[in-house]
Write a protein that binds this ligand. Structure first.
Ligand SMILES: [Zn+2]
Length: 423
């Protein structure tokens, strides 16, 4: 842009670059003259013509410099020899862009993924952004944080737990041990604050947590117990529900076994589950187990991938598409499983098939009294998109569960009849 603009100005200042007619006219006054009046008259006339020509050229250039720039460009392209523009006496300065790190970028805040290896490499404190022109800085050197993940122990974990607790993400006392509840708190903190919700506390997560600008847990939208999730109403891969707790932190092993340690679920739903199973035990029906509850979008994708791999192993003539199609008959695609809401439980009895057990019969008869529904039945398969699962219950709250049971509605029918479908 500046160079193109400069050219007309150079041309105006150098009229000798104009085509031939200029030169004889310019030379004319310098020709040694004779003393005759005719010669003086001729010289005067030529001088007037010269002044008129120069003035008209200047006016044209000033009136529309783009024209002359275009003319110049066309002349360059035409292959006819064009006089080189006289180099400007002022050297052209191309400003070197200063390597600019936005505030907080040192920590990865605003883009952990921008810093190669920041997530993968444990213990890397600070990866500086590449700078072409290093400049002295008076800003304080950023503090680095060791990446913390489940299983970590020590003062760094305790400090993180205290910060999470002060923002309302953690109810436990800060014990310096990164367990299931801390994982839940970190994941939820990340989701509420728009970070990748992977439960790993890296530079981006910790700098935001300690930076004083993070959103508190109370900023999260309240859990919608009637949220509809199925193949048509899917959750975002990064969706993390509010109110997750480790089931074992709420329910005693005397009430229910948790098959996979650290399994999480919505706190309200887990408390309702506890009341229900205590009453079942009081009725003489015990030996309960939770095989699955909250699953992340990534967990669900792993289930899909594992199923596809198993089909391909057992059917060497199948294409991947066939294996995926067979998988989706029984496994929800990532985003289509309501386990990602934290409101669903797979209730089982250790070591036996659940269907037909006294536990299954008691559960199906009473679960609505505690706010649960048996989500997938053979009768509603066309509406839910899933085959019957005797073990899978979903918390919807006692009011909705009562209406759904009384009317024999599945959740799809309930949200439609009640006019509350929002997704
Ligand atoms: Zn399930």
């Amino acid at each position: 842009m500046p160079e193109r603009r400069r050219r007309p100005a150079q041309r105006a200042a150098n009229p000798e670059e104009e085509p031939a007619p200029a030169k004889p006219a310019a030379r004319q006054p310098q020709r040694p003259g004779t003393a005759g009046g005719a010669v003086r008259f001729t010289l005067a006339a030529l001088f007037v013509l010269l002044v008129v020509w120069v003035f008209s050229g200047m006016t044209r250039l000033l009136a529309d410099p783009r024209d002359s720039a275009l003319l110049f460009a066309e002349a360059e392209a035409s292959g006819t020899p064009t006089p080189e523009p006289t180099p400007s006496p002022v050297p052209t300065i191309t400003p070197t862009p200063r390597a600019y790190a936005p505030f907080g970028a040192q920590y990865g805040y605003g883009g952990e993924d921008l810093i190669p290896g920041a997530q993968e490499t444990e213990g890397v404190l600070f990866t500086p952004l590449p700078t072409d022109t290093p400049e002295p800085t008076t800003e304080p050197t950023p503090e680095g944080y060791a990446t913390l993940r489940k299983g970590a122990q020590g003062e760094d974990v305790r400090r993180m737990q205290q910060a999470l607790a002060s923002l309302g993400y953690l109810n436990d006392t800060a014990d310096g041990s990164f367990g299931a509840n801390t994982l839940a708190a970190v994941t939820f903190f990340q989701a509420v604050n728009g970070l990748t919700a992977d439960g790993i506390a890296g530079q981006k997560t910790l700098s935001l947590l300690y930076g004083g600008t993070a959103l508190p847990a109370s900023a999260a939208p309240a859990m919608d117990f009637l949220i509809l999730v199925n193949r048509e109403h899917m959750l975002d891969a990064n969706y993390v529900p509010s109110g997750l707790v480790a089931i074992e932190s709420v329910l005693s092993p005397d009430v229910v076994k948790v098959k996979y340690q650290g399994t999480r679920a919505n706190k309200t739903a887990t408390e309702a589950l506890g009341r229900m199973l205590q009453d079942a035990i009081a009725d003489g029906v015990g030996d309960w187990q939770i095989s699955s509850a909250y699953r992340t979008g990534r967990d669900q994708q792993k289930l899909v991938d594992n199923s596809v791999a198993a089909y391909l192993r057992n059917h060497s003539d199948w294409s991947r598409k066939q294996a995926l199609s067979a998988t989706y008959n029984t496994v929800a695609p990532a985003g289509a499983s309501e386990h990602q809401t934290g409101l669903a439980f797979d209730v089982t009895v250790p070591g036996v098939s659940f269907a037909g057990t006294p536990q299954q019969k008691w559960l199906h008869k009473h679960c609505h009294e505690y706010g649960f529904v048996v989500r997938f039945t053979a009768e509603k398969q066309k509406l839910t998109g899933f085959i019957a699962e005797a073990w899978h219950i979903r918390y919807v709250g006692t009011e909705a569960a009562a209406i759904m049971t009384k009317n024999d509605w599945c959740l799809e029918e309930y949200v439609e009849h009640m006019g509350i479908l929002q997704q």
